[in-house]
Design a protein around this ligand. Structure first.
Ligand SMILES: [Zn+2]
Length: 341
């Protein structure tokens, strides 16, 4: 499947120095794209013989801080300060970005679940295949910038996949420490082979992802931290020789999210009153939220409580809620030694 040739082309020359701004021409014909092309924005900033780094945002179209960070970088970073190459895609799943939605409105696929993709498949599959076969093999390192979606607010964090060798995980954690967000979530149990993180793991590309707040808006503090952190990361990756910024830096603390008992869910339909914020330290039995019935006015609010101690790493944004929705998730703070052994 992946040995087939891509149907995506571009006039961008990855070997040319300087700043190039162009599109990936993704061939797809439907009622909306009558000329048969989806133009996916891409930029290449190159100077010197240093490493190549892939920077992406808009993997999920409704997560915004990272998109702004990369738009800013494309406009304002002079490629002459680089030693190496940046391949930048600020609207990675462009149809989802246009639709301001998590998944693509064309094929309804979650871009971060479709790697290694399929060159003959729908737009998300063809694009993922291009990233895995044409872009990532040119790269030594990457950053894929996510935030919570409009219905989730995260702690400001780097986000790592805990898979691979202990040495590789150590290198990821070292990079996350340089990024300098207050928290770093390590998804230790994730084994989703369809994520871009998994694609980077397969290719040995050192990748740091993020959750930069969310809620369908831009947190100005988070945005400033992410811009400074990305410059530090590029310095760490060896592609930006100039001194890395020092501002908005925290000694990051490691979190492992807890599934099962760590996740507080909505048991039935109602209005959810949140009783926690991302970053709160909570104990088992503490209140996560109150659920108010719309119809049973004689019934008290239902108290939804945490089942274990930890740090709230994400909480729900929308107030109307139904059975199965998330209220909040708890993560455990761990040391690097506890994590890797
Ligand atoms: Zn995302």
């Amino acid at each position: 499947m992946t040995s087939q040739k891509t149907r995506i082309s571009t006039d961008l020359d990855f070997e040319r120095p300087g700043k190039q701004i162009s599109y990936l021409r993704l061939v797809h014909s439907d009622d909306r794209h009558s000329f048969g092309v989806i133009p996916v924005p891409i930029a290449c900033l190159s100077n010197g013989k240093g490493p190549t780094v892939f920077l992406s945002a808009g993997n999920h179209g409704n997560e915004y801080e990272g998109q702004i960070v990369l738009h800013d970088l494309i406009r304002n970073l002079d490629p002459r300060v680089l030693n190496g190459r940046l391949i930048v895609m600020p609207a990675l799943n462009y149809p989802a970005v246009l639709g301001a939605s998590r998944t693509s409105p064309i094929d309804h696929l979650n871009f971060n679940r479709v790697f290694p993709g399929d060159p003959a498949g729908s737009p998300s599959l063809a694009l993922a295949h291009y990233v895995e076969t044409e872009i990532l093999p040119r790269c030594q390192a990457a950053a894929d910038l996510h935030s919570g979606n409009p219905n989730s607010r995260y702690v400001l964090c780097a986000y790592l996949h805990g898979g691979g060798s202990a040495e590789f995980v150590r290198r990821k954690i070292a990079a996350a420490r340089i990024f300098g967000a207050p928290w770093t979530i390590v998804a230790k149990e994730t084994s989703n082979t369809g994520s871009m993180t998994a694609a980077c793991d397969r290719l040995g590309v050192l990748m740091v992802s993020t959750e930069l707040g969310g809620g369908g808006t831009i947190d100005r503090h988070n945005l400033a931290m992410a811009k400074a952190g990305l410059m530090r990361l590029l310095h760490h990756y060896g592609v930006l020789p100039t001194r890395a910024p020092q501002e908005h830096f925290s000694q990051t603390r490691l979190l492992v999210p807890r599934g099962g008992a760590g996740l507080v869910m909505v048991p039935t339909r109602g209005l959810l009153e949140p009783c926690c914020e991302p970053g709160d330290r909570v104990a088992a039995g503490d209140l996560a939220g109150r659920l108010w019935s719309l119809d049973e006015l004689d019934q008290p609010a239902r108290e939804l409580r945490f089942a274990q101690d930890g740090i709230v790493c994400v909480r729900r944004v929308h107030v109307p809620a139904t059975r199965g929705d998330h209220v909040a998730q708890v993560a455990s703070e761990v040391s690097e030694a506890e994590l890797i052994g």
